[in-house]
Design a protein around this ligand. Structure first.
Ligand SMILES: NC(=O)c1ccc[n+]([C@@H]2O[C@H](COP(=O)([O-])OP(=O)(O)OC[C@H]3O[C@@H](n4cnc5c(N)ncnc54)[C@H](OP(=O)(O)O)[C@@H]3O)[C@@H](O)[C@H]2O)c1
Length: 299
């Protein structure tokens, strides 16, 4: 089974990669923006006794051109069974616009991974294990329809939340498209980790926030990236039916029990999801991505 993990060089993505590394028959493909961190992470994962096969794809998700190159590279793989749509910017001190002209959170956390996912769906459809896309997208946030690039008002929480809602809309929209289309299907769902993860974000936030987080950690409010990996890695190894049951949903696991978490009206409404789908395609302005979308919508 070949699993692509975006943002595998730190945090939740690295935790999941480490947990999956103890499974001998897996092949992990790590996507990250830093050549050096990718090399270090791949080396670390290869140290595992079972020794998974690990390859890396360097891609800065803040650059659409790099996403196109990464897609071409990933499409050369003999096959793909799963994607963990995880990479993301968290804390930021100020509003950043990418060279493509997008809000950085919107592009890195959502739009680039919209493009990446759409262009790999045909590979996932061919998976003999049942293709799956797992979106790391907790139950919060909202969309600013009249200011998607957050030019009028910005704070990092608003920016993260907008990307989270967009990712959940994408997961559910893909699910409904596959339902309408029939086989072959790819299971697409969002997952919310039930506790905050002590990730690299803690090294990036201001000192006052870190102090507060340290107190919260002492009170048991955080889990480590390895605890996160232990919770999430089994999701990638589920059989086709187990994945299909979660498709289209936002789920979380508490004490081994699965709960549904989606309440956002925009995610639950098919017309709103379709609106974001169309806006996203227009923003990508990429022929291959438009073709990938058309393939899904025409039977
Ligand atoms: N921490 C939590 O409790 C929590 C809970 C729910 C959801 N999330 C979400 O989970 C995702 C991962 O967060 P985390 O807490 O694990 O953060 P993290 O430790 O900062 O990891 C973020 C990962 O995304 C990568 N990344 C960032 N910008 C990128 C870019 N332009 N191109 C390619 N990769 C990029 C980072 O690469 P580098 O290694 O190069 O920095 C890193 O591997 C985020 O979307 C976050 O919002 C986090």
């Amino acid at each position: 089974m070949r699993i692509l993990i975006t943002g595998a060089t730190h945090g939740m993505g690295k935790g999941v990669a480490r947990a999956l590394a103890s499974h001998p028959k897996l092949e992990l493909v790590l996507l990250g923006r830093s050549e050096e961190l990718l090399r270090e992470t791949a080396e670390e994962l290869r140290q595992h006794a079972a020794g998974p096969s690990v390859s890396v794809v360097r891609c800065d998700l803040a650059r659409m051109q790099e996403v196109r190159v990464a897609i071409a590279e990933l499409r050369k793989l003999p096959g793909l069974d799963a994607i963990f749509v995880n990479a993301g910017i968290g804390y930021a001190a100020e509003h950043q616009q990418t060279e493509d002209g997008f809000d950085a959170h919107f592009q890195v956390n959502y739009l680039s991974q919209f493009m990446l996912t759409l262009n790999l769906l045909d590979r996932l459809e061919a998976s003999s294990h049942g293709g799956r896309v797992l979106f790391n997208a907790p139950a919060f946030g909202d969309l600013r329809w009249n200011d998607l690039q957050l030019e009028k008002e910005w704070n990092y929480e608003l920016a993260i939340g907008q990307a989270m809602v967009a990712k959940r809309m994408l997961a559910t929209h893909l699910h409904t498209l596959y339902q309408a289309r029939g086989e072959p299907r790819v299971s697409c769902y969002s997952f919310e980790i039930s506790k905050t993860v002590w990730s690299n974000q803690l090294n990036l936030i201001p000192r006052s926030m870190r102090l507060l987080a340290t107190v919260m950690r002492a009170l048991g409010q955080f889990i480590s990236i390895d605890e996160c990996g232990a919770i999430m890695a089994p999701l990638f190894l589920e059989n086709r039916q187990e994945c299909a049951q979660k498709s289209g949903r936002l789920v979380t696991l508490r004490r081994g029990k699965l709960y549904d978490r989606e309440k956002h009206p925009g995610v639950l409404d098919s017309a709103t999801r379709e609106q974001l789908w169309n806006v996203s395609l227009a923003l990508c302005a990429d022929e291959a991505t438009t073709r990938a979308a058309q393939r899904l919508t025409t039977r």
